[in-house]
Design a protein around this ligand. Structure first.
Ligand SMILES: *Cc1c(COP(=O)(O)O)cnc(C)c1O
Length: 423
């Protein structure tokens, strides 16, 4: 064993995380029994408890039929409310401000129905130029829906020439224009891993008269959040990335207390009405003064079950403790990468300031090597699962719940072998 590998092993012994609670995919050959998994920002690994708890919910259907709505050990009618408090704790919200429902982009649309209310002189939506495509398509279609040309309505914020990430001061300057109706940014950018100044940008946007919403797909379960105290207007996040709730699993939504019970536009269904009035079958809804009013349909219990299991785990460990380990683990990976990038066509584009990033380091590859090719080499020759965003970005997420220092060491070793030194 090299001294580098021995160091990684010693760090794991001293700072072990919670890998034993997760199923880590087997490596199928090679030196190590398991893959080194760095794609938890794309699809988090399965907690071991998920299978058994999902089967309990599934079997309630077999033994109870329709009566499971009330008589299951975890009754289906109020099932979503089991998720509300732990989800609220995770994002720093009041339970009344939080609901788990639908998927992320659907929630963004439902929230924009309420919060994108353009007028002739204030109709712009500000997003990042490196926004996830779904967010881009969502805001463009919202602009079109309201009769505006997307190219005119959507403002895309790009880094300064020669830079890879946004500067807070540039964001603040642009969102302070009187033409901005809505600011909708990623809390942690999916591509660069940049953690935005959520409280600062929110305050600036709101002071200028805009609504400020956040897509927290890469922030929830990654960094501590205080949505209520930060006065965020609304937010949404998915649960299959850092929240380990399974492919395509349900999303969260946050609506600040000051908007609850207000006469905002909403698209409604039978789950929008107060729980007690749901079976009155009345022609008009009586929405509660909580984020539950944004629900539309009765929720998929078997998709909610893994979210419940996962949120319990976050409650047990605590996001503050996870963040501490995340800072140590990411700093370690950063140090290993710093040893190999200067002599190779690789550059870390994620901010080096730990307070400006979460558990992700993105590498930009220059020259002829494509990110997808490199990811394949890492996967099939080294058992390292990383995420490629074509043409030139490779993303590595050391996830504090289950990633190990040894995984980081394997990733750095694999990169050193897979990427030739520049001449
Ligand atoms: C992962 C991700 C999505 C995915 O949207 P779905 O509706 O869950 O398919 C959207 N936006 C961002 C920023 C993401 O990172």
């Amino acid at each position: 064993m090299s001294s580098g590998e021995a160091e990684a092993k010693a760090l794991d012994a001293a700072d072990p995380g919670h890998r034993e609670l997760f199923d880590v995919p087997p490596a199928e050959g090679g030196r190590y029994p398991e893959v080194a998994y760095f794609a938890g920002n794309s699809l988090g690994l399965r907690p071991k408890a998920t299978r058994a708890e999902l089967l309990e919910d599934l079997d309630a259907w077999a033994t109870l039929g329709v009566e499971g709505h009330l008589d299951a050990a975890r009754p289906w009618l109020p099932y979503h409310s089991l998720l509300t408090e732990p989800a609220a704790r995770l994002v720093g919200a009041l339970p009344s401000e939080t609901v788990v429902m639908n998927s992320l982009t659907v929630n963004l649309h439902l929230l924009m129905v309420s919060f994108y209310r353009p007028s002739a002189d204030r109709f712009k939506i500000v997003i990042e130029d490196s926004a996830f495509p779904s967010d881009s398509y969502a805001v463009r279609s919202q602009a079109r829906f309201h009769g505006y040309s997307p190219d005119e309505a959507i403002v895309r914020l790009a880094p300064r020439p020669g830079e890879s990430v946004l500067r807070t001061e540039d964001v603040v300057e642009r969102i302070s224009g009187s033409d901005v109706a809505l600011v909708l940014l990623g809390g942690v950018n999916y591509l660069t891993g940049e953690l935005m100044d959520i409280p600062g940008i929110t305050a600036a946007g709101r002071a200028a008269g805009a609504i400020v919403g956040w897509d927290l797909a890469h922030a929830a379960g990654n960094v501590p959040l205080s949505l209520h105290d930060w006065d965020v207007d609304f937010a949404a996040w998915c649960s299959y990335k850092y929240l380990n709730s399974g492919p395509g699993s349900l999303a969260g939504a946050f609506v600040h207390e000051r908007h609850l019970g207000a006469s905002l536009q909403r698209f409604e269904g039978w789950w929008s009405t107060e729980q007690g009035s749901r079976f009155e079958m009345a022609p008009e809804s009586r929405p509660p003064a909580t984020a539950d009013a944004w629900q539309v349909s009765n929720p998929p219990i078997f998709a909610m079950s893994p979210v419940r299991t996962s949120l319990e785990l976050f409650d047990k460990v605590g996001i503050a403790v996870l963040r501490e380990r995340s800072l140590r683990l990411t700093a370690y990976l950063e140090r290993l990468l710093a040893d190999l990038t200067p002599s190779r066509p690789l550059q870390v584009i994620t901010p080096s300031d730990p307070s400006r990033r979460g558990a992700q380091l993105s590498l930009r590859i220059s020259g002829s090597l494509r990110a997808g090719e490199l990811a394949k080499t890492l996967r099939f020759e080294h058992g390292v699962i990383a995420d490629a965003r074509e043409p030139d970005v490779l993303r590595l997420a050391p996830v504090p719940l289950y990633s190990q220092y040894h995984d980081c060491w394997r990733a750095a070793e694999a990169l050193a072998q897979a990427v030739p030194e520049s001449a």
